[in-house]
Design a protein around this ligand. Structure first.
Ligand SMILES: Cc1cc2nc3c(=O)[nH]c(=O)nc-3n(C[C@H](O)[C@H](O)[C@H](O)COP(=O)(O)OP(=O)(O)OC[C@H]3O[C@@H](n4cnc5c(N)ncnc54)[C@H](O)[C@@H]3O)c2cc1C
Length: 432
Protein backbone atom coordinates (compact mmCIF):
# COMPACT_ATOMS: atom_id res chain seq x y z
CA UNK A 1 0.00 0.00 0.00
CA UNK A 2 1.25 3.50 -0.80
CA UNK A 3 -0.15 6.76 0.52
CA UNK A 4 1.23 10.25 0.97
CA UNK A 5 0.19 10.58 4.59
CA UNK A 6 -0.81 7.77 6.93
CA UNK A 7 -2.87 8.71 9.97
CA UNK A 8 -3.27 6.07 12.67
CA UNK A 9 -6.51 6.68 14.59
CA UNK A 10 -9.93 8.08 13.78
CA UNK A 11 -10.61 10.06 16.96
CA UNK A 12 -10.94 13.83 16.87
CA UNK A 13 -7.14 14.25 16.57
CA UNK A 14 -6.71 11.92 13.59
CA UNK A 15 -9.76 13.19 11.72
CA UNK A 16 -9.05 16.88 12.24
CA UNK A 17 -5.44 16.38 11.16
CA UNK A 18 -6.68 14.71 7.95
CA UNK A 19 -9.07 17.57 7.22
CA UNK A 20 -6.33 20.18 7.61
CA UNK A 21 -3.91 18.55 5.18
CA UNK A 22 -3.68 19.78 1.58
CA UNK A 23 -6.33 18.29 -0.70
CA UNK A 24 -3.78 17.35 -3.33
CA UNK A 25 -2.28 14.66 -1.05
CA UNK A 26 -3.53 11.11 -0.74
CA UNK A 27 -4.37 10.55 2.89
CA UNK A 28 -5.16 7.24 4.55
CA UNK A 29 -6.75 7.14 8.01
CA UNK A 30 -6.79 3.76 9.72
CA UNK A 31 -8.52 2.67 12.89
CA UNK A 32 -8.25 -0.47 14.94
CA UNK A 33 -12.00 -0.56 15.61
CA UNK A 34 -14.92 0.91 13.69
CA UNK A 35 -14.68 4.62 12.94
CA UNK A 36 -16.79 5.65 15.94
CA UNK A 37 -15.00 3.39 18.44
CA UNK A 38 -12.87 5.96 20.19
CA UNK A 39 -12.82 8.09 23.33
CA UNK A 40 -13.50 11.27 21.36
CA UNK A 41 -17.07 10.06 20.95
CA UNK A 42 -17.38 9.60 24.74
CA UNK A 43 -16.53 13.15 25.80
CA UNK A 44 -19.56 14.57 27.50
CA UNK A 45 -18.58 17.76 29.28
CA UNK A 46 -17.28 19.96 26.50
CA UNK A 47 -14.41 21.89 24.99
CA UNK A 48 -12.76 24.99 26.41
CA UNK A 49 -12.52 28.21 24.43
CA UNK A 50 -11.02 31.62 25.16
CA UNK A 51 -14.14 33.84 25.06
CA UNK A 52 -12.33 37.15 25.30
CA UNK A 53 -8.97 38.61 26.22
CA UNK A 54 -10.17 39.30 29.76
CA UNK A 55 -10.26 35.55 30.46
CA UNK A 56 -6.78 34.77 29.09
CA UNK A 57 -4.88 35.11 32.38
CA UNK A 58 -7.31 33.04 34.41
CA UNK A 59 -7.66 30.33 31.71
CA UNK A 60 -3.84 30.12 31.66
CA UNK A 61 -3.62 30.05 35.46
CA UNK A 62 -6.37 27.39 35.84
CA UNK A 63 -4.56 25.14 33.33
CA UNK A 64 -1.20 25.64 35.05
CA UNK A 65 -2.64 25.12 38.53
CA UNK A 66 -4.32 21.86 37.51
CA UNK A 67 -0.98 20.74 36.02
CA UNK A 68 0.89 21.57 39.25
CA UNK A 69 2.76 24.23 37.26
CA UNK A 70 4.71 21.52 35.42
CA UNK A 71 3.03 22.44 32.11
CA UNK A 72 4.93 23.63 29.06
CA UNK A 73 3.95 27.31 29.12
CA UNK A 74 4.28 27.77 25.38
CA UNK A 75 2.03 24.78 24.67
CA UNK A 76 -0.58 26.23 27.03
CA UNK A 77 -0.36 29.61 25.32
CA UNK A 78 -0.70 28.04 21.85
CA UNK A 79 -3.70 25.98 22.96
CA UNK A 80 -5.55 28.91 24.51
CA UNK A 81 -4.74 31.36 21.70
CA UNK A 82 -5.85 28.85 19.02
CA UNK A 83 -9.07 27.83 20.76
CA UNK A 84 -11.45 30.37 19.22
CA UNK A 85 -10.19 29.75 15.73
CA UNK A 86 -10.54 25.98 16.13
CA UNK A 87 -14.07 26.36 17.57
CA UNK A 88 -15.06 28.57 14.61
CA UNK A 89 -13.53 26.05 12.22
CA UNK A 90 -15.56 23.27 13.84
CA UNK A 91 -18.73 25.33 13.46
CA UNK A 92 -17.91 25.84 9.77
CA UNK A 93 -17.81 22.06 9.46
CA UNK A 94 -21.28 22.01 11.01
CA UNK A 95 -20.64 21.40 14.72
CA UNK A 96 -23.49 22.85 16.74
CA UNK A 97 -22.49 24.22 20.11
CA UNK A 98 -25.25 25.25 22.48
CA UNK A 99 -26.48 28.82 21.90
CA UNK A 100 -28.97 31.12 23.64
CA UNK A 101 -32.12 32.46 22.03
CA UNK A 102 -30.13 35.37 20.54
CA UNK A 103 -27.78 32.92 18.82
CA UNK A 104 -24.86 33.67 21.18
CA UNK A 105 -22.67 30.76 22.26
CA UNK A 106 -23.41 29.43 25.74
CA UNK A 107 -20.59 28.42 28.07
CA UNK A 108 -20.58 26.11 31.05
CA UNK A 109 -18.10 25.52 33.84
CA UNK A 110 -16.50 22.44 35.40
CA UNK A 111 -14.32 21.70 38.43
CA UNK A 112 -11.17 23.85 38.81
CA UNK A 113 -12.33 26.41 36.21
CA UNK A 114 -12.63 29.90 37.62
CA UNK A 115 -14.97 31.02 34.82
CA UNK A 116 -17.55 29.67 32.41
CA UNK A 117 -15.53 28.91 29.27
CA UNK A 118 -16.63 25.47 28.12
CA UNK A 119 -18.52 25.01 24.86
CA UNK A 120 -20.91 22.08 24.88
CA UNK A 121 -23.58 20.23 22.96
CA UNK A 122 -26.09 18.78 25.44
CA UNK A 123 -24.06 16.13 27.29
CA UNK A 124 -22.67 14.60 24.07
CA UNK A 125 -20.11 17.19 22.95
CA UNK A 126 -17.52 14.64 21.81
CA UNK A 127 -20.05 12.85 19.65
CA UNK A 128 -21.18 16.13 18.07
CA UNK A 129 -17.61 17.21 17.24
CA UNK A 130 -16.18 13.87 16.18
CA UNK A 131 -19.33 12.72 14.35
CA UNK A 132 -19.25 15.94 12.30
CA UNK A 133 -15.54 15.54 11.48
CA UNK A 134 -16.08 11.91 10.54
CA UNK A 135 -18.90 12.80 8.15
CA UNK A 136 -16.66 15.46 6.57
CA UNK A 137 -13.78 12.98 6.20
CA UNK A 138 -16.12 10.50 4.51
CA UNK A 139 -17.06 13.21 1.98
CA UNK A 140 -13.46 13.85 0.93
CA UNK A 141 -12.30 11.87 -2.12
CA UNK A 142 -8.63 12.32 -1.24
CA UNK A 143 -9.06 10.69 2.19
CA UNK A 144 -9.45 6.92 2.53
CA UNK A 145 -10.73 5.57 5.83
CA UNK A 146 -9.87 1.96 6.67
CA UNK A 147 -11.69 0.50 9.65
CA UNK A 148 -10.54 -2.56 11.63
CA UNK A 149 -6.99 -1.94 10.43
CA UNK A 150 -4.24 -1.95 13.05
CA UNK A 151 -0.77 -0.42 13.10
CA UNK A 152 1.63 -3.17 14.25
CA UNK A 153 4.89 -1.32 13.80
CA UNK A 154 6.64 1.58 12.11
CA UNK A 155 8.79 1.18 9.01
CA UNK A 156 11.99 2.95 9.98
CA UNK A 157 15.59 3.36 8.91
CA UNK A 158 18.18 5.68 10.43
CA UNK A 159 15.52 7.40 12.52
CA UNK A 160 13.33 8.28 9.52
CA UNK A 161 9.80 6.90 9.33
CA UNK A 162 8.60 5.52 5.98
CA UNK A 163 5.16 4.28 7.00
CA UNK A 164 3.87 1.38 9.06
CA UNK A 165 3.22 -2.34 9.13
CA UNK A 166 -0.52 -2.95 9.25
CA UNK A 167 -2.85 -5.78 10.14
CA UNK A 168 -5.67 -5.44 7.62
CA UNK A 169 -9.35 -6.21 8.21
CA UNK A 170 -9.04 -9.50 6.31
CA UNK A 171 -6.14 -10.66 8.51
CA UNK A 172 -3.41 -9.93 5.96
CA UNK A 173 -0.26 -8.12 7.05
CA UNK A 174 0.77 -5.28 4.77
CA UNK A 175 3.41 -2.60 4.51
CA UNK A 176 1.90 0.86 4.14
CA UNK A 177 4.48 3.22 2.67
CA UNK A 178 3.97 6.87 3.52
CA UNK A 179 5.94 10.11 3.26
CA UNK A 180 4.60 11.15 6.65
CA UNK A 181 2.98 9.13 9.42
CA UNK A 182 0.83 10.61 12.19
CA UNK A 183 0.10 8.55 15.30
CA UNK A 184 -3.26 9.51 16.84
CA UNK A 185 -3.90 6.33 18.79
CA UNK A 186 -5.48 7.84 21.91
CA UNK A 187 -5.03 6.72 25.51
CA UNK A 188 -3.88 3.68 27.46
CA UNK A 189 -7.03 2.65 29.37
CA UNK A 190 -7.14 -0.82 27.83
CA UNK A 191 -4.07 -1.73 29.86
CA UNK A 192 -5.94 -1.24 33.14
CA UNK A 193 -8.51 -3.52 34.75
CA UNK A 194 -10.78 -0.52 35.35
CA UNK A 195 -10.84 2.36 32.89
CA UNK A 196 -13.35 4.75 31.37
CA UNK A 197 -11.59 4.32 27.99
CA UNK A 198 -12.42 1.90 25.20
CA UNK A 199 -10.67 -1.44 25.83
CA UNK A 200 -8.83 -1.41 22.50
CA UNK A 201 -6.92 1.77 23.43
CA UNK A 202 -3.74 0.16 24.68
CA UNK A 203 -1.04 2.76 24.07
CA UNK A 204 0.15 1.16 20.83
CA UNK A 205 1.99 4.31 19.77
CA UNK A 206 3.98 4.09 22.99
CA UNK A 207 4.86 0.47 22.28
CA UNK A 208 6.21 1.19 18.81
CA UNK A 209 7.92 4.29 20.20
CA UNK A 210 9.71 2.14 22.77
CA UNK A 211 10.61 -0.38 20.10
CA UNK A 212 12.26 2.32 17.98
CA UNK A 213 13.81 4.33 20.80
CA UNK A 214 11.63 7.43 20.42
CA UNK A 215 11.58 9.91 23.26
CA UNK A 216 8.63 9.72 25.67
CA UNK A 217 7.54 12.34 28.18
CA UNK A 218 5.74 12.42 31.56
CA UNK A 219 4.60 8.83 31.29
CA UNK A 220 3.99 8.45 35.00
CA UNK A 221 1.24 11.08 34.74
CA UNK A 222 -1.90 8.96 34.57
CA UNK A 223 -5.19 10.47 35.68
CA UNK A 224 -7.34 8.17 37.79
CA UNK A 225 -11.01 8.98 38.41
CA UNK A 226 -11.85 8.02 42.00
CA UNK A 227 -15.47 6.99 41.50
CA UNK A 228 -16.70 4.83 38.63
CA UNK A 229 -19.50 2.30 38.87
CA UNK A 230 -17.96 -1.08 39.69
CA UNK A 231 -18.51 -3.69 37.03
CA UNK A 232 -16.57 -6.32 35.15
CA UNK A 233 -17.86 -4.91 31.90
CA UNK A 234 -16.02 -3.33 28.99
CA UNK A 235 -15.76 0.27 30.16
CA UNK A 236 -16.17 1.91 33.54
CA UNK A 237 -19.01 4.39 33.87
CA UNK A 238 -18.14 7.70 35.54
CA UNK A 239 -19.99 8.76 38.67
CA UNK A 240 -19.25 12.43 38.32
CA UNK A 241 -17.42 14.45 40.94
CA UNK A 242 -20.34 16.82 41.18
CA UNK A 243 -22.44 14.04 42.72
CA UNK A 244 -20.10 14.18 45.72
CA UNK A 245 -20.15 17.95 45.51
CA UNK A 246 -23.92 17.80 45.94
CA UNK A 247 -23.68 15.63 49.06
CA UNK A 248 -23.12 11.96 48.11
CA UNK A 249 -20.92 10.13 50.64
CA UNK A 250 -18.61 7.11 50.50
CA UNK A 251 -19.02 4.14 52.82
CA UNK A 252 -16.90 1.10 53.69
CA UNK A 253 -18.12 -2.52 53.81
CA UNK A 254 -19.85 -1.84 57.14
CA UNK A 255 -21.66 1.21 55.82
CA UNK A 256 -19.41 3.66 57.71
CA UNK A 257 -17.99 6.84 56.16
CA UNK A 258 -14.19 6.66 55.96
CA UNK A 259 -13.00 9.74 54.08
CA UNK A 260 -13.67 13.39 53.24
CA UNK A 261 -15.36 12.90 49.87
CA UNK A 262 -14.23 16.31 48.60
CA UNK A 263 -10.51 15.59 48.78
CA UNK A 264 -8.60 16.16 45.51
CA UNK A 265 -8.90 13.24 43.06
CA UNK A 266 -5.49 11.67 43.76
CA UNK A 267 -5.87 11.72 47.55
CA UNK A 268 -9.40 10.39 47.41
CA UNK A 269 -8.31 7.59 45.07
CA UNK A 270 -5.55 6.65 47.53
CA UNK A 271 -7.99 6.59 50.45
CA UNK A 272 -10.47 4.42 48.53
CA UNK A 273 -7.80 1.93 47.47
CA UNK A 274 -6.50 1.71 51.05
CA UNK A 275 -10.01 1.10 52.35
CA UNK A 276 -10.61 -1.63 49.75
CA UNK A 277 -7.39 -3.31 50.84
CA UNK A 278 -8.34 -3.06 54.50
CA UNK A 279 -11.84 -4.42 53.87
CA UNK A 280 -10.66 -7.05 51.36
CA UNK A 281 -13.23 -5.75 48.85
CA UNK A 282 -13.26 -4.90 45.15
CA UNK A 283 -15.09 -1.60 45.69
CA UNK A 284 -16.49 0.82 48.25
CA UNK A 285 -20.05 2.11 48.41
CA UNK A 286 -21.27 5.50 47.23
CA UNK A 287 -24.46 6.71 48.84
CA UNK A 288 -26.41 9.22 46.75
CA UNK A 289 -29.39 9.26 49.11
CA UNK A 290 -28.30 12.44 50.96
CA UNK A 291 -29.16 14.28 47.70
CA UNK A 292 -32.89 15.03 47.51
CA UNK A 293 -34.58 12.71 45.01
CA UNK A 294 -35.91 15.54 42.85
CA UNK A 295 -32.46 17.14 42.65
CA UNK A 296 -30.86 13.79 41.78
CA UNK A 297 -33.20 13.22 38.88
CA UNK A 298 -32.97 16.80 37.61
CA UNK A 299 -29.21 17.22 37.91
CA UNK A 300 -27.96 13.69 37.18
CA UNK A 301 -30.51 11.98 34.92
CA UNK A 302 -27.88 9.97 33.02
CA UNK A 303 -26.29 8.60 36.17
CA UNK A 304 -29.68 7.72 37.69
CA UNK A 305 -30.72 6.01 34.45
CA UNK A 306 -27.45 4.16 33.91
CA UNK A 307 -27.48 2.82 37.47
CA UNK A 308 -31.13 1.80 37.05
CA UNK A 309 -30.19 -0.14 33.91
CA UNK A 310 -27.51 -1.92 35.94
CA UNK A 311 -30.02 -2.81 38.64
CA UNK A 312 -29.40 -0.05 41.20
CA UNK A 313 -32.04 2.39 42.42
CA UNK A 314 -29.86 5.25 43.68
CA UNK A 315 -32.78 6.78 45.58
CA UNK A 316 -33.00 3.65 47.75
CA UNK A 317 -29.58 1.97 47.86
CA UNK A 318 -25.81 2.55 47.67
CA UNK A 319 -23.87 1.79 44.50
CA UNK A 320 -20.46 0.05 44.33
CA UNK A 321 -17.69 2.35 43.07
CA UNK A 322 -14.01 1.88 42.30
CA UNK A 323 -11.21 4.17 41.03
CA UNK A 324 -10.50 3.78 37.31
CA UNK A 325 -7.91 5.02 34.85
CA UNK A 326 -9.34 7.96 32.92
CA UNK A 327 -6.76 10.02 31.03
CA UNK A 328 -3.06 9.94 30.10
CA UNK A 329 -1.20 13.23 30.38
CA UNK A 330 2.11 11.77 29.22
CA UNK A 331 2.95 10.17 25.89
CA UNK A 332 5.21 10.26 22.87
CA UNK A 333 7.27 13.41 23.24
CA UNK A 334 6.48 16.02 20.58
CA UNK A 335 7.44 19.61 19.90
CA UNK A 336 4.98 22.46 19.31
CA UNK A 337 4.47 21.27 15.73
CA UNK A 338 3.66 17.74 17.01
CA UNK A 339 6.88 16.30 15.57
CA UNK A 340 8.27 13.28 17.42
CA UNK A 341 11.97 12.61 17.81
CA UNK A 342 11.85 10.56 14.57
CA UNK A 343 11.93 12.28 11.17
CA UNK A 344 8.64 12.23 9.25
CA UNK A 345 6.74 10.90 12.25
CA UNK A 346 4.18 12.96 14.17
CA UNK A 347 2.04 12.21 17.22
CA UNK A 348 -1.18 14.03 18.13
CA UNK A 349 -4.03 13.78 20.64
CA UNK A 350 -3.91 11.85 23.89
CA UNK A 351 -1.05 9.64 22.75
CA UNK A 352 1.26 12.64 22.33
CA UNK A 353 2.81 14.77 25.04
CA UNK A 354 3.65 18.39 24.31
CA UNK A 355 3.50 19.18 28.02
CA UNK A 356 0.29 21.16 27.83
CA UNK A 357 -1.35 19.36 30.77
CA UNK A 358 1.66 19.14 33.07
CA UNK A 359 0.97 16.69 35.87
CA UNK A 360 -2.80 16.82 35.60
CA UNK A 361 -5.36 17.81 33.02
CA UNK A 362 -7.85 20.60 33.50
CA UNK A 363 -11.34 19.38 32.61
CA UNK A 364 -12.35 19.94 28.96
CA UNK A 365 -8.84 20.89 27.82
CA UNK A 366 -8.17 17.55 26.12
CA UNK A 367 -10.49 17.76 23.12
CA UNK A 368 -9.17 21.27 22.55
CA UNK A 369 -5.53 20.25 22.90
CA UNK A 370 -6.05 17.29 20.55
CA UNK A 371 -7.57 19.51 17.85
CA UNK A 372 -5.15 22.42 18.15
CA UNK A 373 -2.03 20.29 17.91
CA UNK A 374 -3.47 17.96 15.25
CA UNK A 375 -3.96 21.00 13.04
CA UNK A 376 -0.41 22.16 13.76
CA UNK A 377 0.89 18.76 12.65
CA UNK A 378 -1.08 19.07 9.41
CA UNK A 379 0.26 22.60 8.82
CA UNK A 380 3.80 21.47 9.52
CA UNK A 381 3.52 18.57 7.07
CA UNK A 382 2.02 20.87 4.44
CA UNK A 383 4.96 23.25 4.84
CA UNK A 384 7.68 20.59 4.48
CA UNK A 385 10.01 20.37 1.53
CA UNK A 386 10.47 17.00 -0.13
CA UNK A 387 10.40 14.06 2.31
CA UNK A 388 13.50 11.89 2.61
CA UNK A 389 13.96 9.64 -0.38
CA UNK A 390 12.27 6.31 0.30
CA UNK A 391 14.47 3.37 1.06
CA UNK A 392 12.79 1.15 -1.49
CA UNK A 393 15.19 -1.68 -0.83
CA UNK A 394 14.66 -1.59 2.90
CA UNK A 395 10.90 -1.60 2.49
CA UNK A 396 11.03 -4.44 0.01
CA UNK A 397 13.24 -6.49 2.31
CA UNK A 398 11.23 -5.90 5.48
CA UNK A 399 10.32 -9.33 6.81
CA UNK A 400 6.68 -9.57 7.85
CA UNK A 401 7.08 -13.00 9.44
CA UNK A 402 7.70 -11.68 13.01
CA UNK A 403 4.31 -9.93 12.87
CA UNK A 404 2.28 -13.04 12.14
CA UNK A 405 1.84 -14.08 15.79
CA UNK A 406 -0.41 -11.14 16.62
CA UNK A 407 -1.37 -12.37 20.07
CA UNK A 408 2.22 -12.66 21.18
CA UNK A 409 3.08 -9.28 19.68
CA UNK A 410 0.19 -7.54 21.46
CA UNK A 411 1.07 -9.19 24.78
CA UNK A 412 4.65 -8.03 24.31
CA UNK A 413 3.52 -4.47 23.51
CA UNK A 414 1.21 -4.30 26.53
CA UNK A 415 3.91 -5.64 28.83
CA UNK A 416 6.48 -3.14 27.50
CA UNK A 417 4.19 -0.14 27.99
CA UNK A 418 2.99 -1.23 31.44
CA UNK A 419 6.53 -1.85 32.64
CA UNK A 420 7.71 1.50 31.33
CA UNK A 421 4.87 3.36 33.07
CA UNK A 422 5.38 1.40 36.31
CA UNK A 423 9.12 2.11 36.29
CA UNK A 424 8.52 5.82 35.66
CA UNK A 425 5.91 5.93 38.44
CA UNK A 426 8.27 4.24 40.90
CA UNK A 427 11.06 6.62 39.97
CA UNK A 428 8.73 9.61 40.42
CA UNK A 429 7.59 8.34 43.84
CA UNK A 430 11.18 7.83 44.98
CA UNK A 431 12.09 11.33 43.83
CA UNK A 432 9.34 12.78 46.11
C1 LIG B 1 -15.69 8.98 29.43
C2 LIG B 1 -14.80 10.10 28.93
C3 LIG B 1 -15.25 11.41 28.99
C4 LIG B 1 -14.44 12.45 28.52
N1 LIG B 1 -14.92 13.74 28.55
C5 LIG B 1 -14.16 14.74 28.05
C6 LIG B 1 -14.67 16.08 27.97
O1 LIG B 1 -15.82 16.34 28.35
N2 LIG B 1 -13.86 17.04 27.45
C7 LIG B 1 -12.59 16.80 27.01
O2 LIG B 1 -11.91 17.72 26.55
N3 LIG B 1 -12.10 15.53 27.06
C8 LIG B 1 -12.85 14.51 27.54
N4 LIG B 1 -12.34 13.25 27.57
C9 LIG B 1 -11.00 12.99 27.00
C10 LIG B 1 -11.05 13.03 25.47
O3 LIG B 1 -12.24 12.39 25.03
C11 LIG B 1 -9.86 12.34 24.85
O4 LIG B 1 -8.68 12.74 25.46
C12 LIG B 1 -9.73 12.69 23.36
O5 LIG B 1 -10.95 12.42 22.72
C13 LIG B 1 -8.61 11.90 22.72
O6 LIG B 1 -8.75 11.98 21.32
P1 LIG B 1 -7.76 11.17 20.40
O7 LIG B 1 -8.16 11.45 18.99
O8 LIG B 1 -6.37 11.43 20.80
O9 LIG B 1 -8.04 9.62 20.77
P2 LIG B 1 -9.32 8.72 20.55
O10 LIG B 1 -10.51 9.52 20.28
O11 LIG B 1 -9.40 7.77 21.68
O12 LIG B 1 -8.97 7.92 19.22
C14 LIG B 1 -7.94 6.96 19.17
C15 LIG B 1 -8.01 6.24 17.85
O13 LIG B 1 -6.84 5.46 17.65
C16 LIG B 1 -7.20 4.18 17.14
N5 LIG B 1 -6.11 3.25 17.44
C17 LIG B 1 -5.53 2.97 18.63
N6 LIG B 1 -4.50 2.09 18.47
C18 LIG B 1 -4.44 1.82 17.13
C19 LIG B 1 -3.62 1.00 16.32
N7 LIG B 1 -2.62 0.27 16.83
N8 LIG B 1 -3.87 0.95 14.99
C20 LIG B 1 -4.89 1.66 14.44
N9 LIG B 1 -5.69 2.48 15.16
C21 LIG B 1 -5.47 2.54 16.48
C22 LIG B 1 -8.52 3.88 17.83
O14 LIG B 1 -9.21 2.86 17.17
C23 LIG B 1 -9.18 5.25 17.72
O15 LIG B 1 -9.73 5.42 16.44
C24 LIG B 1 -13.14 12.18 28.03
C25 LIG B 1 -12.68 10.87 27.98
C26 LIG B 1 -13.50 9.82 28.42
C27 LIG B 1 -12.98 8.43 28.36
Amino acid sequence: MKTDILIVGSGCAGLYCALNLPKDRQITVITKADARGNDSFLAQGGMCMLKDEADYASFFEDTMKAGHYENDRESVDIMIRSSKDVAEDLMRFGVEFQKDEKGELLFTREGAHSAKRILFHEDVTGQEITGTLLAEVRRQPHITLLEHTTMLDLIEADNVCYGAVLLMEDGQIEKAEADYTVMATGGIGGLYRHSTNFRHLTGDALAVALRHGLELKDISYVQIHPTTLYSEEERSFLISESVRGEGAVLRDKNGERFVNELLPRDLLTKAILEQMKKDGTEFVWEDLRPIPEEELKRHFPNIVEHCREKGYDVTKECIPVVPAQHYFMGGVKVNHQSRTSMEQLYAVGETACNGVHGRNRLASNSLLESLVFARRAAQDIAGQQEPAKKKEELIAQLDLEPYRDIERLCEEYHRMVKEEIEAATKAAEQAV
